[in-house]
Ligand binder design. Structure first.
Ligand code: G6Q
Length: 540
């Protein structure tokens, strides 16, 4: 169903005309208890929507839209293992990976939970062995370095969570990530390592991805050369995370070192599957279990809370409000935690690959905006870089501020200083600074226009008591489900990614030219001229 043809959408459009010029200052004056009314609690997170350009009526109308688009019914379908990834004919069951209740979830009549638990047990056993120093390399040396080789969904999640939770991790194991096909990435990572003490995790659902397979071959050659030249060393220094067991075996990886997952795990939703193995190794089994428990808590909240109290649904609705009625193009994610420095990059994929779609579920081109451009950096670095545009630029940029009451570790007064910025930035965005205030500060007349802050710039605050494995798990699930809800509201398919195919396909043709030093006739004149430039300068 086209959401923009529904009476609920029309009601929102009318309502937008009525409230679009209301300033957040007025909204707070009219309703001093606004924060109380527009704050939500769930799965250990507190979400304050009051500094958004909404009223309680806006939310009522958005809830009506969620009802008519059957958001909760669609969520049920996902959790029940229906094949909601229609264009790939697959179920979408990342929620099964952290279903610590173990209630059966069936795909084609078969419960997936025994398989999930079997692989988790295999991962735990492997991690225990490695942590106890019982998993030894080819020449009998203990493993001290883990290198994850993967890309996209097989890289961004483990990398983000490893960075987020490294304070809880095993500092004696060194974890690094290779993803880019640029040879510099492998070279810079490998330069630091001793092959005898290194374990490679080749993370690839398909085990055919060009970047990953190229990097894995490079690592294999480096390993064999560095451990005495015996190809059998591969079996002791490589494990694989994949759905393609045959290709893994062909690479030379021992059967017991293959950690399986399934086609109903989407790449960008895979971090609690076998793809999380580097996290279990680098952070510890307990940390990984706590992380999954946090995911599960938010999954339950999402599935069972009414629309009016549901964090992912309300976060999604407010995003849609800006995207489709205010015409906002982007969403800035601003975590006030250095540990979350990869979080915006992670959800850049999570959101943009899921909802960057222009065709609806009936195969028609949409006539409304879909997924936002997602970007961001941690505070306070961003404040000294791009916040200028958010405060005084000409674009409306909705922002999500993510913060924690307590630091992971106490470091003098850093936490108070960090969080004073978290609160102050949201105040500045919402309420700005007017002429009267500037005059009272004796601002020179000619500078007033430049120093004005119009305010009325929206922000959502998300807070948890502390960054822990559990709160991070719940936070990731919150955004995953937000993305899901928006996909339902926009009537698009969120779980395929056909948009990444064309470039891959064309690269094959170009690679032939690059390898052979030719310029095929079928290139356009720009590509042909760039290839000539490349050939001219390739060898200096
Ligand atoms: C994510 C995408 C994509 C995928 C990578 C890696 O949802 O599908 O980012 O994860 O292309 O794929 P492989 O795991 O198959 O190597």
């Amino acid at each position: 169903m086209n959401p923009s043809s529904t009476p609920e959408w029309h009601a929102l459009a009318e309502h937008y005309e009525q409230i679009k010029d209301l300033h957040l200052k007025e909204l707070f004056t009219l309703d001093p208890d606004r924060a109380g009314r527009l704050s939500f609690e769930g799965a250990g997170w507190h979400m304050d929507l009051s500094k958004n350009r909404i009223t309680t009526e806006t939310l009522d109308l958005l809830w009506d839209l969620a009802r008519v688009m059957r958001v909760q019914e669609e969520a049920q379908r996902m959790f029940q293992g229906e094949k909601i990834n229609v264009t790939e004919g697959r179920a979408v069951l990342h929620v099964a990976l952290r279903n610590i209740s173990n209630e059966p979830i069936k795909v084609d009549g078969v419960d997936v939970m025994p398989g999930v638990n079997r692989v988790l047990a295999q991962m735990r056993e492997f991690a225990h062995k490695l942590h106890k120093g019982e998993f030894l390399g080819h020449r009998g040396k203990p493993i001290k370095n883990i290198v994850n080789i993967g890309i996209g969904g097989s890289d961004l999640g483990p990398l983000m969570v490893y960075e987020a939770l490294k304070a809880y991790g095993k500092r004696d194991l060194h974890l690094s990530f290779i993803s880019n096909i640029d040879g510099a990435h492998s070279a810079e990572v490998l330069r630091e390592l001793d092959p005898d003490h290194t374990l490679f995790i080749v993370a690839s659902k398909t085990f055919t991805t060009q970047e990953t397979m190229t990097n894995a071959e490079t690592a294999k050659a480096w390993l064999i050369q560095g451990t005495g030249g015996d190809p059998k060393a591969v079996a002791k220094h490589f494990v694989a995370l994949s759905t393609n067991l045959e290709a893994v075996a062909a690479f030379g990886i021992a059967r017991q070192n293959i950690f399986e997952f399934w086609d109903w795990v989407g790449g960008r939703y895979s971090l609690t599957s076998a793809i999380g193995l580097p996290l279990m190794l680098g952070l510890g089994v307990d940390v990984f279990d706590e992380l999954r428990a946090g995911f599960f808590q938010m999954d339950r909240h999402f599935l069972t809370s009414p629309i009016e109290k549901n964090l992912p649904i309300n976060l999604a609705l407010v995003g849609l409000w800006y995207n489709n009625f205010f015409g906002a193009e982007s969403l800035a994610m601003l975590p006030y935690s250095q540990y979350l420095h990869r979080f915006p990059a992670y959800f850049q994929q999570g959101d943009m690959e899921s909802n960057g779609k222009g065709t609806d579920r009936e195969g028609n081109a949409v006539n409304y905006q879909t997924g936002p451009i997602v970007w961001g950096e941690p505070g306070t670095g961003g404040q000294h870089a791009f916040y200028q545009l958010i405060h005084q630029g000409t674009k409306l940029i909705p922002t999500d501020f993510i913060g924690f009451a307590a630091p992971v570790e106490e470091h003098g007064d850093h936490q108070e200083k960090l969080m004073s910025n978290f609160f102050a930035q949201q105040k500045a965005l919402a309420f700005g600074k007017g002429i009267e205030e500037l005059k009272a500060e004796k601002c020179p007349e000619e500078l007033i226009a430049y120093k004005l802050f119009s305010g009325n710039r929206p922000s959502t605050a998300l807070m948890a008591p502390k960054l822990t494995p559990k709160s991070v798990g719940a936070l990731i699930a919150l955004y995953e489900h937000k993305v899901f809800v928006q996909g339902v509201l926009w009537n698009i398919y969120s779980f395929d990614q056909w948009g990444v195919e064309l470039g891959k396909q064309l690269a094959k043709g170009v690679l032939k030219d690059l390898s052979e030093g030719t310029v095929s006739k079928d290139h356009d004149s720009s590509t042909a001229s760039l290839l000539k430039y490349y050939h001219l300068h390739r060898r200096g």
